[in-house]
Design a protein around this ligand. Structure first.
Ligand SMILES: NC(=O)c1ccc[n+]([C@@H]2O[C@H](COP(=O)([O-])OP(=O)(O)OC[C@H]3O[C@@H](n4cnc5c(N)ncnc54)[C@H](O)[C@@H]3O)[C@@H](O)[C@H]2O)c1
Length: 279
């Protein structure tokens, strides 16, 4: 794999993906609207990928592989921008493939699936319940139609919950960290009993890169731990590991009836890809 373009490269996951690509000896071009989080030795392209007058493919030096992470408002699930940006994501990705990019990886989300109990596989039906989920699901479906029969290897990388570098994360763990820093004694919490799939951002980056630079396995690839763990267990461990003083105030928020008692990813395929890329 000679050249890999990463969009959203200055973001939470993007910075780790860029580091992992460099570790693997790939030539990387990092694209984002602005850069504050990447080291000096990274080739950077500051651009808005949605600008129709900008030829990202040429500016990035005609990359062989694209890892598309750029997205706005990922933690505001009903922001209008998810639907407003959807045609722009599609137009950008279509332009990249038509220009000659042969490997396309796009970051998806478990929220495409909607309510689900148990392990999510590539064949699980999708009934998204938020504008974020609807936009991700629609982008995936549009790209499946668009790439069919074309000379491009298309990977839809489905993400779950993520931890690590938590000061930079907008997740619940990032919020616990911020509240502790502000000196708060208690953090209002649900019962924390629901089971989810958590992966560290560095391990996720390893999975994203392994899935993106191969062309044997295409379609939906879950990027996840495959291990269900309760939010309470995860948060208590996080508080211990970081030596925080804050305590979880269980039951301050009611459990939402539309939250699944347990949902996680089936990691069989990504584990196979990781094993094969290490052979
Ligand atoms: N963080 C999570 O928990 C999580 C979980 C599952 C999936 N995802 C997906 O992973 C991807 C990356 O998430 P993240 O948490 O790193 O997000 P992030 O907000 O930290 O990073 C996204 C980056 O995309 C950039 N961007 C947005 N619009 C752009 C544009 N038009 N042109 C150029 N750059 C643009 C932003 O500037 C930002 O740096 C997203 O697609 C997100 O939906 C995230």
């Amino acid at each position: 794999m000679s050249k890999v373009l990463v969009t959203g490269a200055n973001g939470y996951i993007g910075t780790c993906v860029v580091a992992e690509l460099q570790k693997r000896g790939c030539q990387v071009v990092a694209c984002d609207v602005a850069f504050t989080n990447l080291p000096g030795n990274v080739d950077k392209l500051a651009a808005d990928i949605f600008d129709p007058d900008v030829d990202i493919y040429d500016l990035a030096g005609q990359p062989d592989c694209l890892i598309h992470l750029a997205w706005r408002n990922g933690f505001q699930h009903n922001a209008d921008t998810h639907l407003q940006d959807l045609p722009h994501h599609f137009a950008f990705l279509k332009k990249m493939v038509e220009a000659g990019c042969k490997q396309l990886s796009v970051m998806g989300s478990m929220h495409e699936v909607g309510y689900w109990e148990g392990a999510i596989t590539a064949d699980s039906p999708t009934n998204p319940l938020s504008l974020y989920g609807i936009a991700k699901n629609s982008l995936r479906q549009a790209l499946e139609v668009f790439t069919k029969g074309k000379d491009v290897s298309f990977h839809w990388l489905r993400g779950y919950y993520i931890y690590g570098n938590d000061a930079k994360s907008s997740s619940v763990l990032g919020k616990i960290l911020a509240a502790d820093k502000e000196g708060k004694e208690f953090f209002p919490f649900t019962s924390g009993k629901n089971l989810y799939d958590y992966i560290s951002v560095t391990e996720l980056a390893r999975q994203i890169v392994a899935a993106s630079v191969q062309d044997k396995y295409t379609g939906i690839i879950n990027c996840c731990s495959g291990v269900p763990i309760s939010l309470a267990e995860m948060a208590e461990k996080f508080i211990r590991d970081n030596g925080l003083k804050i305590k979880l105030q269980y039951g301050a928020f009611p459990d939402r009836p539309y939250d699944s008692p347990g949902v996680w990813g089936d990691a069989t395929l990504i584990q196979k890809i990781l094993a094969e890329c290490e052979e």
